[in-house]
Design a protein around this ligand. Structure first.
Ligand code: SF4
Length: 332
């Protein structure tokens, strides 16, 4: 079987000789036979895309024989070695079967990394088969917050949104602490809609990975703008405070769907943690949503003081600017 590996992961595994601007804490592998069966409008792998098939988001994923990848994973050691393996499974039954089989071979060879599998599942049995094959965490992406955007950008089938959310919550009850989902900010939702969707997932025990919409050439959304950083920072803060159990949607004040105040105290350190990449442990996805040199939407490592100050200003929330000067708590 041939697999695609994100270029940063390939470099971290010694498969690709490129300069890495950030540590890669998770090795990302795309797996599946042929094309994806679905047509997510933002995705280069979708059936509605004419983009290059070596892309996922803006990242290039070169192809390697399975044996070469397994050898590299086996040989990876030291501080720069990935601490997790994430399988991004192309939609369709063939993809799920490929992932299950690859997992089995990886474990049979003594592979010990924790493995996340992000796949389009439609039934609990498929999830159980992946857990039985050796995955540690399952990701079932919602991607779009409100149902209307889910229908427009992911699956326009009656009951698809409710069905996916129900399966996500069922799996979270069956496998506490081992289920993740993704939400993409910037597909047309309001901050309020995203806060509600993220909170519902968190309240069900699902880990939330927040992504920023990234326009990719060849996809139907190539001309759709990425989210503004200010709104994205507010969503990151909201996700973080809610994931810590320190806020619920009622603690946020909205005007026109935009967060205008936060009724929970937060500190510089809180924001420094909030603007880091969210998702499974050690998932840091460097440059997944922006080019090297651009201000990261998700920081793949702890941000410096300058970055924290910039993020505080970007929040445009009452009291946030007070934190720029030093370590004082502020009521939003
Ligand atoms: S949160 Fe990260 S590691 Fe987890 S499934 Fe998503 S991309 Fe993979």
């Amino acid at each position: 079987m041939r697999l695609r590996v994100s270029s940063g992961s390939a470099a971290a595994l010694g498969l690709l000789d490129i300069r890495r601007g950030a540590e890669v804490r998770t090795a990302y592998v795309m797996i599946g036979e042929g094309e994806c069966a679905f047509a997510c409008s933002f995705c280069p792998q979708g059936t509605s895309s004419r983009a290059s098939h070596d892309l996922l988001s803006r990242v290039t994923w070169p192809e390697y024989p399975e044996g070469v990848l397994l050898d590299a994973l086996e040989g990876a050691e030291g501080d720069a070695a990935p601490r997790r393996l994430c399988l991004q499974v192309l939609g369709g039954p063939a993809g799920l079967e490929s992932a299950r089989a690859f997992l089995g071979r990886y474990r049979a060879r003594g592979g010990r990394l924790p493995v996340s599998v992000n796949a389009a599942l439609f039934d609990p049995e498929s999830a159980e088969a992946l857990f039985d094959a050796g995955c540690d965490r399952l990701g079932l992406a919602m991607d779009a917050a409100p149902p209307a955007l889910f229908r427009r950008h992911k699956l326009d089938r009656p009951g698809a949104f409710a069905g996916r959310r129900e399966l996500l919550e069922t799996l979270a009850r069956a496998h506490p602490g081992r289920i993740s989902t993704h939400f993409i900010a910037g597909l047309g939702e309001t901050e309020e809609e995203m806060v509600d969707a993220v909170h519902r997932a968190l309240a069900a025990g699902v880990t939330v990975g927040l992504f920023a919409f990234t326009p990719v050439r060849g996809t139907p959304l190539v001309d759709h703008p990425p989210p503004d950083l200010s709104g994205y920072r507010r969503l990151q803060l909201a996700r973080y405070l809610m994931s810590e159990g320190r806020a619920v949607p009622g603690d946020f004040s909205f005007r026109g769907g935009r967060i205008v105040a936060v009724g929970t105290r937060f500190s510089r350190d809180d924001l420094a943690r909030a603007i880091r990449t969210s998702g499974c442990p050690d998932c840091n996805r460097p440059y997944y949503n922006e080019r090297p040199g651009e201000i990261p939407y998700n920081y793949p490592r702890p941000p410096g003081n300058g970055a924290i100050d910039a993020a505080l200003r970007a929040l445009e929330l009452p009291g946030a600017a007070d934190l720029v000067a030093g370590e004082v708590s502020s009521r939003g």
